[in-house]
Design a protein around this ligand. Structure first.
Ligand code: TQI
Ligand code: ZN
Ligand code: ZN
Length: 169
């Protein structure tokens, strides 16, 4: 079953059109940005929320970036595997990914050969759930279940994820 963060933080009901931006220094490829737009779509399809990319990092509600090791928020990354990414509860909007992971996009060429491959969209969908206020789920198939098999792809919301987000928004 789904859960929320303590105190059930959520984005304000007066703010259903959220903007997101990528850390400019990361200079991410269109491929990576497209993965995020698809991940956001999965949540906007089942809520009244909308997500729009903006080029203004400063003013964006949601700020996405790849970092390695200690990156100044008290939650250092740890190299390959271990922590893959983290996102903070609303209305923080910070979504950080571990730049040391072997990120795979759309089952790209790394997937069969690298045991530590991590599917970017799977992690993005999970972390966006946290950004919106979902905690972890006890349902193994749910996007918000706290473990994933390395190299596997899990991007479809289950009815548990949908019920969770629809009871928040
Ligand atoms: N990062 C953890 C996560 O996002 C961070 C975390 C630990 C956390 N405990 C928390 C976040 C409690 C919110 C509330 O769950 S992770 C997965 C999964 C991670 C794990 O790097 O371990 C995914 C990131 F579910 F696959 F194991 C993304 Cl998809
Ligand atoms: Zn961080
Ligand atoms: Zn999680």
């Amino acid at each position: 079953h789904y859960s929320f963060f303590p105190g059930t933080p959520r984005w304000s009901s007066s703010k259903s059109d959220l903007t997101y931006a990528f850390v400019p220094e990361n200079q991410l490829s269109d491929e990576v940005k497209t993965v995020f737009s698809h991940a956001f779509e999965r949540w906007s399809e089942v809520t009244t929320l909308t997500f729009t990319e903006t080029s203004s990092f400063i003013s964006a509600d949601i700020k996405i970036g790849f970092f390695t090791g200690d990156h100044g928020d008290g939650e250092p990354f740890d190299g390959v595997l271990g922590t893959l990414a983290h996102a903070f509860s609303p209305p923080s909007g910070r979504l950080h990914l571990d730049g040391d992971e072997n990120w795979v996009i759309n089952g790209g060429i790394l997937a069969p050969t690298v045991p530590s491959a991590v599917d970017l969209e799977s992690v993005a969908v999970h972390e966006i759930g946290h950004l919106l206020g979902l905690g972890h789920s006890s349902i193994e198939d749910a996007i918000m279940f706290p473990t994933i098999t390395s190299g596997s792809r899990k991007v479809e919301l289950t009815s548990d994820d949908v019920q969770g987000i629809q009871s928040l928004y």
